[in-house]
Write a protein that binds this ligand. Structure first.
Ligand code: 5AD
Ligand code: SF4
Length: 470
């Protein structure tokens, strides 16, 4: 048995990184590593980085500057500390990291996490190790599964990666370069993982992938299964009461997914469906491969099978060539759809992407101003959506004790946090809650004896604009 060593891991960016961080912890557990909350007393620090926008990748170098001092301090007190840079910055800028940050011992891309123990051994031997290949082997088959105690400690909701990489090549996006081509895990592997999670108390699974609804994994029957069929299979697993998936591309919404929403009560009626822009001209320049009308039709297909479905999205403002008219079209689309929430970003040119070669036409001040206008509109929709919950009785899946003593917090179908006064026994259960008030983004309520009412937010059943004249 190796003596325990302390591992501090810091993740930036998307949910995929949160999942990957857990799998790195699981892979290093047999090496004697236990997690610690601070870098200061760690024997190993892993920065799990994000490259999606410039701000995200800049953070890595400033954090590495700080860690260098911590590492020097540890060395002065006779303690060796190793620093690993993982994630998408590692993949995109591996050599640059080695050059700019001498304190870094290992650089490892997202496809090579299963090699971490060997890479660390090499670093301890005095060398520096870099691995950013896309090996052909399936890394998931080599990453250690979490121990039951680790699953229980992580709570009742878990991410499971089912698909990685992207073949869409939107012109602004680094994902096809950092995460590589689209790869789907086989159904049986996912079923095993979800079963293991469910056996250890997990009740909610979010299937994740950079383009999750492009999922096309091998089924146990030897055929290729789409996401809808996978969801159907997972809904049969004892203990799994809620299913979600993220992030989807509008073009890859197929009938199997719509039918899954129609038929599976466990599949939550809340879909993250990024559109990026409401202007056809900009969508074409972004190589999104769909028009505004295509997107609206996809939304309508979901709404036709589940009246209570709600949507969130991602938007980019200030893409090269975006005129005030294009931006107005984005605002118009947001108004037409009516979102429960959305993320919006200023365009950030990423080296190596086609858009980085385009002439930037929107000045910083206009970009700021557009972002504020868009966020104000989205915020107003989000607060209207949240306020509409008041007075309704809705199902809440309880997750953990809240900060206020005696309060337990859970989430509604729409991921809104909901607080009630109750005993901790309700953790892991779905119970009806009568919503009484809203505090910022949190709902407050009481456990209700009655079953939930059908939540009725006054959103259009169809999002196509009404025809008001001949
Ligand atoms: N600039 C700004 N936002 C971006 N996103 C992806 N690439 C860029 C970029 N170069 C946003 C998109 C995507 C989300 C994850 O990040 O909106 O959906
Ligand atoms: Fe990036 Fe999403 Fe476009 Fe793929 S579909 S290139 S992940 S924005």
């Amino acid at each position: 048995m190796k003596p325990p060593r302390k591992l501090h891991i810091k993740s930036y960016g998307c949910q995929m990184n949160v999942y990957d961080a857990q799998r790195m912890v699981d892979t290093l557990a047999p090496e004697g590593f236990v997690e610690t909350a601070s870098a200061d007393d760690a024997d190993l620090v892993i920065l799990n980085t994000c490259h999606i926008r410039e701000k995200a990748s800049e953070k890595v170098y400033s954090e590495l500057g700080r860690l260098r001092l911590v590492k020097d301090e540890a060395a002065r007190s006779g303690r060796a500390m190793n620093i690993v840079v993982a994630g998408c910055v590692a993949q995109a800028e591996g050599d640059e990291i080695i050059r700019r940050a001498p304190a870094v011992d290992v650089v490892v891309g997202p496809q090579s996490y299963h090699h971490l123990p060997q890479l660390l051994a090499r670093a301890r031997g005095g060398g520096r190790a870099i691995e950013t290949e896309f090996p052909v082997q399936d890394k998931f088959g080599f990453l250690a599964a979490p121990q039951p105690e680790a699953i229980r400690a992580r709570g009742i909701s878990s991410f499971v990666t089912v698909q990685e990489g992207c073949d869409k090549f939107c012109t602004f996006c680094v994902v096809p370069y950092t995460r590589g081509a689209e790869v789907s895990r086989p159904v049986a592997k996912i079923v095993d993982e979800v079963r293991r999670l469910a056996d250890n108390g997990v009740r909610e699974i979010t299937l994740i992938g950079q383009n999750v609804n492009a999922y096309h994994g091998e089924g146990p029957d030897g055929r290729i299964w789409p996401l809808g069929r996978l969801l159907r299979r997972l809904a049969e697993i004892d203990g799994i009461v809620r299913l979600r998936y993220s992030t989807s591309h509008p073009r890859d919404v197929d009938d199997s997914l719509i039918e899954a929403h129609r038929d599976l009560p466990a599949l939550m009626p809340f879909v993250h469906l990024p559109v990026q822009s409401g202007s056809n001209r900009i969508l074409a320049a972004m190589n999104r491969r769909h028009t505004v009308d295509d997107y609206v039709r996809v939304i309508d297909r979901f709404r036709a099978v589940r009246q209570d479905i709600a949507f969130s999205s991602d938007f980019i403002v200030g893409f090269p060539g975006e005129s005030e008219e294009d931006f107005a079209a984005t605002l118009a689309l947001v108004t037409q759809i009516g979102y429960a929430g959305a993320y919006s970003f200023k365009y950030s040119p990423r080296p190596g992407t086609p858009a980085a070669e385009m002439r930037e036409t929107v000045c910083a001040a206009d970009m700021d101003e557009r972002l504020v206008r868009l966020q104000e509109l989205i915020d107003s929709q989000q607060s209207a959506f949240n306020k509409a919950m008041i007075g309704n009785t809705v199902d809440v899946l309880f997750e953990r004790a809240a900060r206020n003593p005696g309060q337990i917090v859970g989430r509604t179908a729409y991921l809104q946090p909901a607080h009630v006064m109750a005993s901790a026994d309700i953790i892991g259960q779905i119970l009806p809650v009568r919503i009484q008030s809203l505090e910022r983004y949190s709902l407050l309520g009481e456990l209700a004896a009655a079953p939930p009412t059908q939540f009725a937010f006054s959103q259009p059943t169809h999002s196509s604009p009404m025809i008001t004249g001949a």
